[in-house]
Design a protein around this ligand. Sequence first.
Ligand code: ATP
Ligand code: MG
Length: 422
Amino acid sequence: MAKIKAIRGMNDILPEQTPVWQYLEKTVKEVVSIYGYNEIRMPIVEQTNLFKRSIGEVTDIVEKEMYTFEDRNGESLTLRPEGTASCVRAAEEHGLLFNQMQRFWYQGPMFRYERPQKGRYRQFHQIGVETFGMSGSDIDAEIILLSARLWERLGLLDCVTLQLNSLGSNEARANYKDALVAYLSERKSQLDEDSLKRLETNPLRILDSKNPDTQALLNDAPVLSDYLDEESQSHFSELTSILDEAGIAYEINPRLVRGLDYYCKTVFEWVTDKLGAQGTVCAGGRYDGLVKQLGGRETPAVGFAMGVERLILLLETLDLIPNEVRQTFDLYLAAESKGLQSKVILVAERVREHCPGIRVRVHCGGLKNIKQKAEQTGAPIVLLIKESDNHELCGSIWHNNEPIFDLSESEILSSVVECHNA
Ligand code: ATP
Ligand code: MG
């Protein structure tokens, strides 16, 4: 019978890999907590309309990437393709937005029907932050500084570049859209099929076309920054001056528009050239109109999401994972002879009580070549439990297949503590 396999683009994260995920997650938790952000956990499934109304009907996500299905009662549901819409829905539903300032973070799987390739999967994971109730550029700066501090802790700061742009107010963007459409409509013969379609549905997305001819055509096109309203302009210059003072380098990319409809004013991406085509590791921006669009009151908001798989790929590519991350236990405990095996389990319990936090792995099963087997586990310390000539329990610490020192029963615990602390 044919074996059942995982769904294409949906990956198992195997025990060999999970320590790296845990390392990244732990570092993120440390960083968000020193900025005073609170975790929020949303369901993985939502009403389809939530995403249609927030992300936008004519975006890649809603048009072709959503996992949508009918519930048993006929309701249309969707596996979340991103976290922002759910976060807004949850916060609004529980009255966390009106007249309040909130800083949230979340993590979890997202689902998009895309063509699987390196750095692009159908189930992938994001860690995101969303803030509500703050309209100034200071909070835009804060979330960028938070992400920069995360890169610094991970050793990635030199390998990622911050790209910034302002999309302006809805009105400014609409004016710009008209100018861009007018310019491109006169040059339709030079546009590829994709851009021709976008010209009708979502013209700003043409700006991030990967086609070199389209990019060349855009060199003489109207630029968004010339259409920015005064408020968006000063918001943007305040943001860049905070970043300048904080010593955070950035590039202004006038063609950065982002794929979702709900952004306004600040948008940004952290990109790397080390991962090929899938180079954006973190992306976000301001979405002041979204809460109202989803039925709430006008609430300024700004946030970002990072792609966990891409960050892990980057850490691995650059060999930035500390060695101890993959070390998942501290002590390997084994019996020298079969008769002592039941004792070893009990010695391990005493070690765990005596030395809180120590990670002990006990050897269960055959004892043939036990010393080599123990060493092969990569354990920093191997403790072999033996019996002395007068039948007292004792032990010896092994390293590189050599006994380092012998211990009487009473010495076992104290020396384990000593080794662990060393
Ligand atoms: P891309 O242009 O690469 O498709 P996007 O604009 O669709 O990205 P966002 O919706 O902004 O991406 O999501 C934020 C981050 O989540 C991305 O920068 C990326 O790191 C990650 N991400 C998005 N889609 C995927 C995917 N299919 N597989 C893995 N990571 C993804
Ligand atoms: Mg995408």
